[in-house]
Design a protein around this ligand. Structure first.
Ligand SMILES: NC(=O)c1ccc[n+]([C@@H]2O[C@H](COP(=O)([O-])OP(=O)(O)OC[C@H]3O[C@@H](n4cnc5c(N)ncnc54)[C@H](O)[C@@H]3O)[C@@H](O)[C@H]2O)c1
Length: 259
């Protein structure tokens, strides 16, 4: 799809990989400058290079979204460099699959910290700026796991349901200030997150990995493999003026997996 975001300023957490990277590149192709925020500095820098190669400005910003001071400093940076932030995509996330009794307390806390607190911290800072400017679009990454609550995903599902609920509430808080807050429920997309899930479920045996991957994909009603661009297109649409009346929503981009 083609979008015109000339002059817009976008910030993407988790922008160094997978869905966040694809959003950063689509914003850049559409003319927006992009701050790429990620825990992994080398990923930030690599995507920033890809963004610059598309003829717009990029800031590579290593950040741990679980650290409020770092998140706050990141928003100070984008405002001091570019004057504002128009679009925010909160894509930083982690997924551990394991029955609850086998998960360590450390892993449970880490998932909640990244997926829930990280998203809320980023939304808090973004909303303060956007509401004062009376303009902004926030898109959070929830997951089909928020609705399809399968065994082994209790913690992840809880975190993504929290993102969905927070999004609905924040959209209402900001509605009178011309700020839209929505979340997407992606389906099953082969990113580094899924490679890590396959590590957990199948180890390094490639045949077993292929088998587990095929098994998971059987659950997708339209039977087609999903690509990160499917998510980026919806994110970009939600940032257009045509989508001005869409807020507080959770939108499945999942081939019919959830409804
Ligand atoms: N890929 C899928 O199938 C899928 C499905 C549903 C939802 N999602 C959600 O989409 C989002 C993006 O997932 P993805 O598939 O692109 O995964 P990914 O692993 O490719 O990208 C996630 C990025 O988040 C970064 N990150 C992790 N912890 C961080 C932290 N504390 N601070 C800053 N950055 C951090 C990672 O370094 C990574 O680059 C996640 O929130 C995920 O839960 C993905």
């Amino acid at each position: 799809m083609e979008f015109n975001f000339q002059g817009k300023k976008a910030l993407v957490t988790g922008g160094g990989s997978g869905l966040g990277r694809e959003c950063a590149l689509l914003f850049a192709r559409s003319g927006a400058d992009v701050l790429i925020a990620d825990l992994r500095p080398e990923r930030c820098e690599q995507v920033a290079e890809e963004v610059r190669a598309l003829g717009v400005k990029a800031i590579a910003y290593p950040v741990d979204v679980t650290n409020y001071e770092q998140v706050s400093a990141m928003y100070q940076k984008i405002v001091s460099e570019w004057g504002t932030v128009d679009f925010v995509v909160n894509s930083a996330g982690v997924c551990l699959t394991e029955e609850l009794t086998k998960q360590s307390l450390k892993d449970i806390d880490a998932s909640i910290d990244v997926n829930v607190k990280g998203t809320l911290y980023s939304c808090r800072e973004a909303l303060a700026i956007m509401r004062s400017k009376k303009y902004g679009k926030i898109v959070n990454m929830s997951s089909i796991a928020a609705k399809a609550c399968l065994g082994g995903f209790s913690v992840y599902s809880a975190t993504k349901a929290a993102v969905l609920a927070a999004t609905a509430s924040l959209g209402r808080e900001a509605a009178l200030d011309n700020v839209n807050v929505n979340c997407i429920l992606p389906g099953i997309i082969k990113t580094s997150m899924w490679e890590e899930i396959l590590d957990q479920l199948a180890g390094s045996d490639q045949a077993k990995r292929d088998e587990v991957w095929a098994e998971w994909n059987k659950g997708t009603p339209n039977g087609k493999p999903q690509d990160p661009i499917d998510i980026a297109n919806m994110v970009a649409f939600l940032c257009t003026e045509e989508a001005r009346y869409i807020t507080s929503q959770n939108i499945g981009v999942d081939g019919g997996y959830t409804f």
